[in-house]
Design a protein around this ligand. Structure first.
Ligand SMILES: [Zn+2]
Length: 418
């Protein structure tokens, strides 16, 4: 049964208005194939942020940037001194990115503010919609930069001297952005949100395949990356009999098959990827003497990630004989668990609106990952066409985009009334 209670902000969310705003912003950096190239701190990124700042000014909302260029639109609460409920995502894209990755979370937040105005709802707490700087990390590394600096996970000083491929230094691109977007600056660290909510396209196929409009995100899977070096002995490909070879590539193939078996998972949750493999010396008639390869291992459960990663260390060495195998950990990002209460509130908002929903982990990293270090955090997923993302053909329906925004609206008001 659909709830017709007009006092709920979800009833004032407009599918058409949201779609128009998404398409307006998709014009900045639009590519011929229907995607966007709006990389962090580029002219196109500045243009999209300027569009948002004008949108805010037209409605009388305050708008700020902080030191790392995160952009905030604030709808004041009845009690302005209370910590705000924050929602948002990012406006920057991959070089051949889609129209919805990131932009959806920011613009859904703005549509919620319009819906609240239309419904004449005054919330107790302020609400802030944020566009985080450089989530993608494709022009300037690392990604999720703005949210990690905001959440104090990373020091701003550590990223200012990063350069892009053309040699542009981040601090110069940042200064240009800060000067070009016509809003006042707000001191970083001057505010902690009451809670943080992020709407995003799933970037995977599950919701679309199961025809479910809403994903209640339980967390973000952790990532463990390893380097493996297999050392054998270079030899002549024509004269060296098999019995006396130490073929580093043959050992690598055996190791990878054994690890494929070790990481086989009936539930298909554990992700195991060998994304790079360098075979040396790389000559057709020399038995390879050395191979370097990488492993990217992901799982939402910290213990499983640790245990499987540790088993990779020992299995690779056992299987690699007669070659010598070295395994080293490159990085470990622990899984993020989202707030149970926020998950429950998102689920009941979807129920009230008669949208089916499932609880699911996120396969990709998001700004919400860092925000969960400083406040209660949750995410809402909506389906996207065939799960395709980081691709110009990325697509989502106006109906699903609006559904996620309605759930977001009611969830925001729930917390902004506390
Ligand atoms: Zn994104």
């Amino acid at each position: 049964m659909t709830n017709n209670n007009t006092s709920l902000p979800s009833n004032h969310v407009s599918e058409q208005r949201l779609w128009n705003l998404l398409m307006d912003v998709a014009a900045y950096g639009a590519t011929e194939k229907g995607g966007v190239n709006r990389q962090a701190l580029s002219q196109e990124d500045v243009a999209a942020k300027t569009h948002v700042s004008r949108w805010a000014a037209e409605r009388g909302f305050q708008c700020f940037q902080d030191d790392i260029g995160n952009l905030f639109v604030r709808r004041e609460g009845v009690e302005p001194t209370l910590d705000p409920v924050m929602t948002g995502s990012h406006l920057d894209s991959q070089p051949t990115g889609g129209r919805f990755d990131g932009a959806y979370g920011v613009l859904a937040g703005l549509e919620v503010l319009d819906a609240l105005n239309d419904a004449n709802i005054q919330t107790r707490r302020p609400i802030e919609v944020v566009a985080w700087t450089n989530e993608e990390g494709s022009r300037f590394s690392p990604g999720a930069m703005g949210s990690s600096v905001f959440a104090d996970v990373r020091d701003i000083g550590a990223v200012l001297d990063v350069t892009d491929l053309s040699g542009t230094v981040l601090k110069d691109a940042l200064a240009t952005t800060l000067a070009a977007v016509p809003v006042p600056q707000r001191k970083s660290g001057s505010m902690t949100p009451y809670c943080y909510l992020e709407a995003h396209i799933e970037q995977g196929p599950v919701l679309e395949e199961r025809k479910i409009p809403i994903g209640v995100v339980s967390g973000i899977q952790g990532i463990r990356r390893l380097n493996i070096t297999v050392t054998g002995e270079e030899a002549h490909a024509g004269t060296t009999p098999r019995r006396s070879r130490k073929d580093a590539f043959a050992s690598t193939v055996a190791i990878i098959s054994a690890l494929e078996e070790l990481t086989a998972d009936d539930d298909d949750i554990l992700r195991f990827t060998v994304g790079r493999c360098d075979v040396l010396p790389g000559s057709p008639n020399t038995v390879p003497g050395r191979v370097h390869f990488t492993i990217d291992l992901r799982h939402p459960d910290n213990d499983i990630l640790r245990s499987i990663g540790d088993q990779i260390h020992t299995r690779a060495k056992e299987i690699g004989a007669p070659c010598h195998v070295e395994v080293s950990d490159i990085s470990f990002v622990a899984p993020t668990k989202f707030d149970q209460n926020i998950m429950a509130v998102i689920g009941s908002a979807a129920d009230r609106l008669d949208y089916s929903h499932i609880t699911m982990p996120s396969g990709a990293g998001h700004d919400a990952m860092h925000m969960s270090n400083i406040c209660r955090t949750g995410m809402i997923f909506i389906p996207c066409l065939r799960g395709i993302s980081h691709n110009e053909t990325e697509s989502a329906t106006a109906e699903d985009l609006a559904a996620g925004t309605r759930v977001l609206a009611d969830t925001i008001v729930h917390f902004a009334s506390q």
